[in-house]
Design a protein around this ligand. Structure first.
Ligand code: ADP
Ligand code: MG
Length: 348
């Protein structure tokens, strides 16, 4: 994309810092009543009436968290926002504002940053969040993007990681392992492309999992669903590093143990078929692959009737006393201690 001779390349230095900031942010609209002042002053000004405010931030670094040879900048902008909104959802809160900070080297023309901000703007629109500020600086190497998200939640509605109790149900939204398998497919196509640049990848059989990798979504809809069902989870976390390590975070914070049932783990058929093709065990992928951005929660048994028929929520286990430990109960009915192999970044 950056190499494309047909595309216009406007040097960032032609605009200057303020020209650049203005150019990138002028088309963003302010929609939230809690935003009193957005981009353009020394600081943004927010006003939340009687709500709790949640704040979360993430940093993405080229070569560590993303590879621009197969991640389009537009998708990167979208994903950088979504991963933060997912953390806001995990607090059972509604996201309302974001700030975006970038460090960029002069190998990027203005048009590349326009693509990045187009993705940011799409996410801001879809998730109804205001862009209220950020910072812009030059980088000597690659691209760095840091997003901070702010959200609001009614006093009694906030959900922490530490509220799980023995006998609570362990519940997950959506399905797992897709983002990791999508990455495996993209990595393989990149290698093929290196050997033969004329080879156009056929990603058709992998549409769902590639989209799970390139265009993840924050489960704002699940937060709303729980509200509609009148279910307040006892604890919640978003799945950025793989099911296993997130379960362990919940258990440790809540001082409980857990049984996770292998046969209950929700997997999309495309994840199963791609795992077969790559000769990888799909349970291992669901446990240790990252970036699915689903919500993992614990729910009181009393609330089971409210969630049991819902296709968006799957009960995958239940919580136990902490001295019983954390186990995977396999299809063969053996109990294996859970390990947090986790998912650090693309190069691990
Ligand atoms: P300061 O010198 O006080 O840090 P800046 O000149 O960096 O201010 O920023 C001016 C305004 O533009 C501020 O409102 C800031 O939040 C906003 N801003 C700067 N960079 C970005 C960016 N990359 N995206 C969105 N807003 C930005
Ligand atoms: Mg600044």
């Amino acid at each position: 994309m950056i190499e494309d001779k047909n595309q216009q390349r406007t040097q960032l230095s032609d605009l200057g810092e303020f020209g650049l900031i203005n150019h990138l942010t002028e088309h963003f609209e302010i929609k939230q009543s809690s935003t009193l002042k957005g981009v353009g002053d020394d600081a943004a000004v927010l006003k939340f009436e009687n709500k709790k405010v949640v704040v979360t931030t993430d940093l993405l670094l080229e070569g560590v968290h993303f590879d621009l040879s197969y991640v389009p900048l537009k998708h990167l902008g979208y994903k950088a926002v979504v991963v933060n909104l997912s953390d806001v959802c995990a607090m059972n809160a509604q996201a309302s504002q974001i700030t975006v900070s970038i460090a960029v080297s002069n190998r990027f023309p203005l048009e590349a940053l326009e693509d990045l901000y187009a993705g940011i703007q799409t996410a801001a629109k879809i998730y109804n969040v205001d862009l209220i500020g950020g910072d812009t600086t030059s980088s000597t190497t690659g691209l760095l993007i840091s997003v901070t998200a702010i959200g609001e939640v009614e006093d009694e509605e906030v959900v922490y990681r530490d509220g799980a109790r023995p006998n609570d149900l362990l519940v997950v939204s959506g399905d797992l392992g897709g983002a990791y398998m999508g990455l495996q497919v993209l990595e393989r196509e990149k290698e093929v492309f290196k050997v033969n640049p004329n080879n156009q990848p056929d990603l058709e059989p992998y549409t769902y999992i590639v989209e799970r990798q390139l265009k993840p979504e924050a489960r704002k809809d699940i937060v709303q669903l729980l509200k509609d069902l009148k279910v307040k989870p006892t604890a919640m976390i978003d799945i950025s590093d793989g099911l296993s390590s997130e379960i362990m975070h919940l258990c440790k914070a809540s001082d409980v143990g857990c049984d996770l049932y292998e046969e209950k783990i929700p997997l999309d058929p495309q994840v199963i078929s791609t795992c077969e093709e790559f000769n990888i065990d799909s349970t291992t992928i669901a446990l240790n692959g990252g970036e699915d951005y689903e919500l993992l929660m614990t729910i009181s048994q009393d609330d089971y009737p409210k969630i049991k028929a819902n296709p968006n929520l799957t009960v995958i286990g239940y919580m136990k006393a902490s001295n019983e430990g954390m186990h995977l109960v396999t299809r063969a009915d053996t109990r294996i201690p859970l390990k947090a192999q986790g998912w650090k970044n693309f190069n691990d």
